[in-house]
Design a protein. Structure first.
Length: 66
């Protein structure tokens, strides 16, 4: 049986209603991210990978496209 994800709006979305929000849902092994204006499309990753991404963003690390 597949459990439904419980999506939560980011606090950085300003609390506004509508379709301009980043939403997050957690499952036992993954983190899921989506934009509220496109809920059928979600990014799924591990908590460790997301933590590394956020750490790089906070540090201002840039990556050039190959």
């Amino acid at each position: 049986m597949v459990e439904a994800l419980h999506w939560q709006k980011s606090t950085y979305s300003g609390g506004a209603e509508g379709n301009a929000c980043v939403e997050l849902a957690a499952s036992p092994t993954h983190v899921h991210l989506r934009e509220s204006d496109s809920p059928a499309t979600a990014l799924t990753t591990s908590p460790v990978a997301l933590a590394h991404l956020l750490k790089g963003i906070r540090a201002g690390v840039t990556v050039s496209a190959v």
